[in-house]
Every structure is written in C-alpha cells, then in structure tokens.
Ligand binder design. Structure first.
Ligand SMILES: [Zn+2]
Length: 270
C-alpha cells in the first residue's frame, strides 16, 4: 500500500487524508496529553510514557519498558517538565540500574548454539552438537548434544533442559538424604520446581521443592538450599531457631547464602 494515496478531499481534513494509507490508520484514542513523550534530564534525552490516571499525585515508575509517568487527569502537561526535572537524579539513577541489570541478564543468558557454553555445578561446559548420536552426553568439559541435522535452537534448549533436569533429580536425590539424616527428619515427598523467583520451598505438610536451575551452581550452593529447606521440616519460619538448625546442618552456610544472593541479584538463570 506504500505510496497509495486517498483522493484529497476538501476541507480541513484534506491534508491528512492525502497521506499514505498507513499513516491515517486509526490510532487508539488516548486521554488528552497521554502517550509517548520525552524530556531532557541533566543533558540526556529520556523518553517516557505519560498515562492519565485517577490518582491524586504524580507517579514515576521505571521497569523494563523504561519510564512511565502517571498523572492525574487535571495535571497540566506544561508542568510535567518541571516535575521531571525535580525527580531527574532519581529517574536517571533508576534507568541506569535497569539497563545494567538487563545487560547482566543478557550476558548470563545461555546462547543455544554449537560451541556456546553452559554452567554445570559451577563449571563451564562447551556445548557440542552431534548429529550422529542420540541423547546428551557429559564428557569432561564438553556436553555432546545429539540433534538431528538442521535442528533449531529451541530443540537444543529442550534437550539440554531435559538433561539438566535429570541431573538435578539425580544430584538433589543424593544430597537430600545427607541433610535428612543429620536432622533426623524426612520430607513427605520432594520434587523439582521451575519457579522464576525462588530456589526452594517447604510446605507445612513437609513437601520440599527444589529449583532444577540450581544445577548450574556449585554444589555448596545446592547444599545450602537443601539444608535450608530441610531445616524447615523442623522450623517452618525464619526465626533464630531456624538459622541455628541450618548452621547445625551446614556449618558454612553463611558464605553459601551470600554467594547465592549475589548470583540472584545478577539475575543469574532466573
Ligand atoms: Zn526459608
């Protein structure tokens, strides 16, 4: 449709109607002043989305979409810039924080292609695609992944995820009884989870779930999560008593807890 023009009409709408078809396609109606805008904060151009809302004060929100400003419907657009200038330090600091977080996540994300690396128990494995074998084989610093010729990255990811989950079942299944024996209690049952925000959980009826993505990390970190959840079989809280139980199960847990926290803040694997 590019270049096709509607017949010019007379009247005030004529100029607009003479534009290419795409340009005059109806856009959703927005409340007055709402939409994409930009401001110069401390010399930097910052794009933001202005939303009109029923709130009584201005609101600023920064997330993966950037800056969103929610303004009461009566708030004059001409006063927005002054309000943004007042908040400029906070806005710029938050935008930098988000950008850094996203860059870290991108750096840590697994690239599903031949020759790329994968973290397994804290070590780096090189992924190699093998078109003549089946299944996944761990061999020293290599992970050989059997895939049919021409398989896509999605198939590769599914194969490796299935292998990592089988490894998680095997390794957690070996480590859990160690801590259960130390405590003298067993879970009613346990299983893998793929929660996006937590490494493990324990319910009041003694069901333990462990995030399979923990297999990327060194064994001490896996042990810490297991010791933590096993300790919940005795103390279903985070009281001083609970932490002393964790300490009995795993004397060096504090260091492991800090390392896990640091990895989590980097956005590792979650
Ligand atoms: Zn807990």
């Amino acid at each position: 449709m590019k270049g096709r023009r509607s017949k010019p009409l007379s009247g005030p709408g004529a100029l607009q109607l003479a534009l290419p078809f795409e340009a005059i396609a109806p856009v959703p109606a927005l409340p007055p002043g709402a939409g994409q805008r930009s401001a110069i904060l401390e010399g930097q151009r910052v794009d933001y989305l202005l939303k009109r809302s029923r709130r009584r004060t201005l609101g600023f929100q920064i997330d993966e979409r950037g800056l969103t400003v929610s303004a009461p419907s009566w708030f004059p657009v001409r006063e927005l810039d002054g309000a943004l200038q007042e908040k400029s330090r906070w806005i710029l600091a938050k935008l930098v924080e988000w950008r850094e977080y996203q860059q870290r996540r991108e750096r840590l994300a697994i690239r599903w292609a031949d020759g790329e690396s994968l973290r397994y128990l804290g070590r780096t494995l090189r992924m190699e695609i093998c078109t003549r074998t089946d299944g996944v084989m761990h061999d020293g610093a290599a992970l050989r992944i059997g895939l049919p010729p021409g398989a896509g990255s999605g198939q590769m990811r599914d194969r490796v995820h299935a292998w990592l989950q089988a490894e998680a079942t095997r390794i957690f299944g070996e480590r859990l009884p160690v801590f259960c024996a130390r405590l003298g209690r067993k879970p009613a049952r346990w299983g893998l989870s793929s929660a996006r925000t937590r490494w493990g959980s324990c319910t009041a009826d003694g069901v333990i779930r462990l995030n399979w993505r923990l297999v990327h990390f060194p064994l001490e970190l896996i042990d810490y999560v297991i010791a933590h959840e096993v300790a919940h079989l005795k103390e279903l809280n985070h009281s001083a008593g609970f932490w002393s139980t964790v300490g009995e199960l795993m004397p060096g847990y504090r260091e492991a807890r800090e390392r896990l926290r640091a990895l989590h803040e980097e956005g590792a694997t979650l």
